[in-house]
Design a protein. Structure first.
Lengths: 112, 114
């Protein structure tokens, strides 16, 4: 079945550091890829999505590029802020049943 | 913007009782989902629902679980009977279409089974 792998379970950075969270996927066909962010006590919120190879999604300074060759959708931000502290989930949706499959999530902590 | 509402936000019940979690999805959305999140862990898919039918369910969707959306009202998740391991936050989501449409999530219902 479909799966999403996030390498980093936790990331600790200082403000203005560069962020990379790695996401690799396994799926048949051509899935749509998503990044969601979850703050404490809330549901996941969509950051952005991408549906085709080489498409770049972006929002609030975060970006990721759909790479079908390496089956990756890595999240990057050039300069993080303390307010970016949250859990970030990579996810995919594909196939006939509209199921959204999440990675295990990466907890980002940014100190000022 | 549109929101998915979940009622109640917190439910405490005794093991063995029945519980119904309610979700008010976005009005024109057609696909509905339930996810389970144990504290500090990942989002785990339970079930999705379209046109009055379950589309897919995971192995976490035990026989004690059921979903329905009678006459376009709340989309509900019923657990009967509950077990201690059902304690978690349950998130409802809805989307207009499948696959390339991002499901919109509610804020969750925290279920505590004692």
């Amino acid at each position: 079945g479909d799966s999403v792998t996030q390498t980093e379970g936790q990331v600790a950075l200082s403000e203005e550091d560069f962020l990379t969270i790695h996401c690799n996927y396994s799926a048949s066909g051509y899935p749509t890829l998503f990044w969601y962010v979850q703050y404490p006590g809330e549901g996941p919120q969509l950051l952005f999505r991408a549906s085709r190879d080489k498409e770049k999604g972006s929002s609030r300074g975060f970006e990721a590029t759909y790479d079908k060759g390496t089956t990756s959708f890595h999240l990057r931000k050039a300069s993080v802020q303390e307010s970016d502290s949250a859990v970030y989930y990579c996810a995919l949706s594909g196939g006939s049943n509209a199921k959204l499959t999440f990675g295990k999530g990466t907890k980002l902590s940014v100190k000022s | 913007g549109p929101k998915v509402l979940q009622i109640p936000s917190h439910q405490i019940i005794d093991m063995g009782q029945m519980v119904t979690l309610n979700c008010d999805p976005v009005s024109n959305h057609l696909y509905f989902y339930w996810y389970k999140q144990i504290l500090g862990q990942q989002m785990e898919f339970l079930v999705n629902f379209y046109n009055g039918k379950v589309m897919e369910k995971s192995k976490l969707f035990k026989d004690q679980f059921s979903v329905e959306r009678p006459d376009g009202s709340y989309f509900t998740l019923k657990i009967q009977p509950t077990a201690l391991e059902d304690s978690a936050v349950y998130f409802c989501a809805s989307s207009l279409a499948r696959n390339n449409q991002a499901p919109l999530f509610g804020e969750g219902t925290r279920l505590s089974v004692l």
